[in-house]
Design a protein around this ligand. Structure first.
Ligand SMILES: [Zn+2]
Length: 294
């Protein structure tokens, strides 16, 4: 039995040229200006070294928003190859573009069954679709059948922020309430809302309290700035449904953890749930979670 890593980081983007400069391209540039930071490009070896250094397992996210953005995807094969190279360090989540219709359904099956990816990530804002749109239900049906969780960006958006027209991204797509309808129609599907869902975090709290198949990762925001109502629920009633995620490389796991440690409302038991126990349950079908957490 190996030592338990400190945490499972549920939200990790690739810091590589392929993702930041090619797949995100102009969107990343705008986000960097808005947040007044610059993402330091790294290669896969440096990414792996970063996660070894913090003693965390990272969930790596693919990205395909080709129909809406015209930009090339960060493919599922790319992410799967990294996971194969560092099987103790990373878990991979697939991405498919819902607008690709039947091809998306086929691709998600290939990504989970053949490539060994462990979940599916969507960005309804950048991909420009409503998660509860029945046109995409065959895709959701397939994901439910495959038995893996689906992660959806919620809340406002760094990408496109501060630019006239928000680079075409419409915030309505990322309101959590659409996940409520999806959760109602697919009770066998595990749904995770990514980020604290601001300014609809209270809407998200209502969904979490009502639908037992919905979870929320706290990535993308330093715990210092996460709305108080959500932090209060995370420490008490919703402690089994909240997951740690950083949103690396936009926020480092070190920074997130440091700011989380500074909050005094979380008991050691609840911290453990948020940092890895809850994630471990959702990832019990993966070899790495099994290997580390039994
Ligand atoms: Zn993200």
């Amino acid at each position: 039995m190996q030592a338990v890593p400190r945490a499972i980081d549920f939200h990790v983007h690739l810091p590589t040229t392929e993702f930041i400069q090619v797949t995100l391209g102009p969107y990343a540039k705008a986000a960097e200006r808005f947040f007044r930071t610059e993402v330091k490009l790294k290669d896969i070896e440096q990414l792996a070294a970063d996660y070894v250094a913090v003693d965390m397992i990272g969930v790596l996210l693919a990205w395909d928003a080709e129909t809406a953005t015209g930009l090339p995807p960060l493919g599922n094969d790319y992410v799967a190859a990294i996971v194969r190279r560092y099987p103790q360090q990373f878990i991979g989540f697939a991405s498919v573009d819902p607008h690709k219709g039947r091809a998306a359904v086929k691709e998600v099956e290939r990504a989970i069954r053949d490539l060994g990816l462990a979940g599916v990530k969507f960005h309804p804002g950048v991909q420009a679709f409503y998660p509860n749109d029945r046109a995409f239900y065959p895709l959701m049906e397939k994901i439910q059948e495959l038995g893996v969780p689906a992660l959806f960006h919620t809340g406002t958006n760094g990408l496109g922020a501060g630019v006239p027209g928000g680079m075409g991204i419409k915030l309505d797509y990322t309101r959590p309430i659409y996940l409520d309808a999806l959760a109602a129609d697919f009770p066998g599907l595990t749904i995770i809302g990514a980020h604290p869902s601001w300014p609809w975090h209270d809407e998200m709290i209502a969904i979490l309290q009502h639908k037992a198949n919905v979870y929320n990762d706290l990535s993308g925001w330093s715990p210092k700035y996460i709305p108080q109502s959500l932090l209060r629920e995370a420490a008490t009633r919703l402690q089994d449904r909240i997951l740690f995620g950083s949103d690396y490389p936009f926020i480092t796991p070190q920074r997130w953890l440091r700011d989380f440690e500074a909050l005094d409302s979380f008991t050691p038991e609840v911290r453990e749930k948020i940092l890895w126990r809850n994630a471990q349950k959702l990832l019990a079908h993966t070899a790495v979670a099994h290997m580390h957490f039994g």
